[in-house]
Each structure stands twice: as C-alpha cells, then as structure tokens.
Design a protein around this ligand. Structure first.
Ligand SMILES: [Zn+2]
Ligand SMILES: [Zn+2]
Length: 169
C-alpha cells in the first residue's frame, strides 16, 4: 500500500516538475500555443479541461502531459498500480482545477488541507489563467516561486538572443 502511495506521489511530483520547468514556463516565454489555447479568455470548462476535439487544445494538453507519461514509464517497475493511480489523480486534478470557470467554489476544509499539502486549488490555478506571471505549479504550489525565477531567466535569455541577432544583422 505504501509503495502505491509513494509511486503515485512521485509521479505527480516529478511530472509536475518537468511539465512546469521543461514545457509550461518555456512555452510562456518562447512559444504561443499554450498562451493561445490555455490562456484565451472566455472559454468554457471543456476547453480548459482539454475535453474537446480541437487540435491545438489537445496538442497543448498532450505536451503538458508528456512529462507525466515519461515519469510513468520510469516508475512502472516499482508499482504499476501506483503509476495508474498517479495518472488518474493527475487527470482528475486537471478537471478539478478548472471548475472555477463553472462558478464552483472549493469548500473551506478542502482549501485548508490543500494549503497543508501544498496542492494547487482551482482558485489558485484560476489566478494563473488571469495573470500569466503567477500561479505556476499545476499540482503543487511550491513550484510557483522557482517557476517565476525560471521565467525571469528565460526572458533574459530571450532578450540576449534577440539583441545578439540584431547585432549580427
Ligand atoms: Zn488551466
Ligand atoms: Zn500557463
């Protein structure tokens, strides 16, 4: 039982880590797909929860989920049940964290436990939709601060590349 819980937790932890630092934040700086699809205003729950057959929405969802799948392969030999539980919990969290758009509010006792366990609530994730510079860490809130630092570094890197490109011209 402990093995199942540990594997599921590790999958979500490393999945969120790689998804945030290798896809989500770099995509905010260098890309446009995520900003165009996930941060577009006035979409419905199905759009944000990746429950619709739209090529760009599905691609953004797939690229965000890819790190979880790679971690799942690595952890499979430890506990297949734990991996499946982790993936299901991750998918459930995708749906749950977008329920704000339907006007749902998270009950106070759940918010309390999420704060203790550093789990991103729908309210916190909604902040990220409105202000793209904050509320990183799709599942765990402790990734927010290092993600902001990573965002600033990547922006500096982008500035450096752009200025060196201008210099070369
Ligand atoms: Zn979202
Ligand atoms: Zn984003």
């Amino acid at each position: 039982m402990l093995e199942i819980i540990a594997t599921a937790w590790l999958l979500l932890l490393f999945g969120d880590f790689f998804s945030t630092f290798a896809y989500h934040v770099p995509e905010h700086v260098f890309g446009s797909l995520h900003l165009k699809t996930h941060h577009s205003a006035k979409k419905d729950f199905r759009h944000y929860a990746i429950l619709m057959l739209n090529y760009q929405v599905l691609l953004d969802g797939f690229l965000g989920a890819l790190p979880y799948l790679l971690v799942a392969i690595l952890l499979w030999s430890f506990s297949p049940v734990g991996v499946i539980c982790g993936l299901l919990l991750g998918q459930f969290h995708v749906w749950w964290r977008h329920t704000n758009i339907m006007g749902w509010q998270t009950p106070k006792f759940i918010v309390f436990w999420c704060q203790i366990l550093s789990i991103t609530t729908p309210e916190q994730h909604w902040l990220h939709h409105q202000k793209t510079n904050t509320g990183f860490g799709d599942i765990f809130t402790f990734f927010d601060l290092p993600a902001k630092v990573w965002l600033r570094w990547l922006r500096l890197l982008r500035m450096y590349f752009r200025s060196s490109l201008v210099f070369l011209k």
